[in-house]
Design a protein around this ligand. Structure first.
Ligand code: NAG
Ligand code: NAG
Ligand code: NAG
Ligand code: NAG
Ligand code: NAG
Length: 266
């Protein structure tokens, strides 16, 4: 540190001298005097010989000390730089890891969207399986009465209006639930002609009468209808039964009908 002070003092002296020359036009001699007077000011005179050795002892060994100090500083800075490099590398590694993670997330999301797409496709297919509705009138051609018979019979509605999902079988007249769900059924009965035979049908679920549509009139026509909502398990059957001793009329006007459809699956 002392060495640095020496150098600074010399510099100050020199700058002062130059300033004097510029300001007042000092001669080279005067400058030398100036320098030595500055020197004396800094190092108060003892003896002539002492002054010169003192100045050397004050400055030169201190330059070595300064160099040592500088070396220490440089070493310290080197260590600092190494630490910074290490931290930088750690940060780079961290950033790279984060990037990789993000990439994986994006890849996962892309996979997820693919999964979603295939799921949508699956749902669409499943939804198609859930489209169930039928409607049919009794007579496919001609017209007239069906019945009376000595026992209940299952009516076969042959004039199909719709049969989406083919859950209704027009040959047997039986609807079979293809999936568990809530279904709506309805039946319309037309009784015609002057007769004392009533028109009576039931909507039957798995062999059991559930609702009835009944009409009885000595002369003219009679209409009746009924409907029901069922919770059906897969394979449950629903059909319309004409009661024993009763009859039902139909013709090309499609009076007597049977319809059913899935309200919603469960
Ligand atoms: C990506 O998905 C896999 C499983 O498919 C999981 O183990 C991993 O943690 C996910 N990665 C991210 C970043 O979400
Ligand atoms: C994405 O899916 C593919 C195959 O579907 C699989 O090989 C890959 O590991 C998945 N990627 C992630 C990040 O889950
Ligand atoms: C997602 O599907 C698309 C199109 O089918 C395909 O090009 C892509 O590679 C798939 N992505 C993954 C991660 O499986
Ligand atoms: C009865 O149904 C058939 C179709 O099956 C149709 O052609 C006909 O017009 C219907 N009759 C009346 C009166 O609506
Ligand atoms: C019964 O319904 C038919 C239509 O199917 C109609 O022509 C007739 O007038 C109705 N009869 C009675 C008594 O309401």
């Amino acid at each position: 540190m002392k060495g640095l002070v020496c150098i600074l003092l010399l510099l100050e002296t020199f700058v002062f001298a130059v300033q004097q020359q510029v300001d007042g036009g000092l001669s080279e001699n005067e400058i030398s005097q100036q320098i030595s007077s500055e020197d004396r000011r800094q190092n108060p005179p003892q003896t002539d010989t002492e002054t010169s050795t003192d100045s050397q002892q004050n400055c030169f060994p201190d330059i070595h000390a300064a160099l040592r100090e500088l070396t220490a500083i440089v070493t310290e800075q080197k260590a600092n730089i190494r630490a910074l490099e290490t931290r930088l590398k750690e940060q780079q590694t961290f950033i790279l890891e984060e990037l990789n993670k993000k990439n994986e997330e994006i890849s996962n999301l892309s996979n997820l969207s693919n999964l979603t797409l295939s799921q949508v496709e699956q749902l669409r297919k499943e939804n198609k399986d859930k489209q169930i509705a039928f409607s049919a009138a009794l007579m496919q051609s001609g017209g007239g009465h069906t019945g009376p018979f000595t026992t209940d019979i299952t009516l076969t509605y042959r004039n199909i209006f719709t049969n989406i999902g083919n859950a209704y079988n027009p040959i047997t007249g039986i609807f079979t639930a293809p999936l568990k769900g809530v279904y709506m059924f309805r039946v319309s009965v037309y009784g015609g002609g002057s007769s004392s035979t009533p028109s009576t049908v039931s909507i039957v679920k798995n062999g059991e009468r559930v609702v009835v549509a009944h009409g009885h009139q000595a002369g003219g026509v009679v209409n009746s209808s009924n409907g029901v909502v069922f919770l059906l398990e897969v394979g449950d059957v629903v059909y319309v039964s004409l009661w024993a001793g009763r009859r039902i009329f139909d013709d090309q006007n499609n009076h007597s009908t049977f319809s059913g459809y899935l309200l919603f699956p469960l």
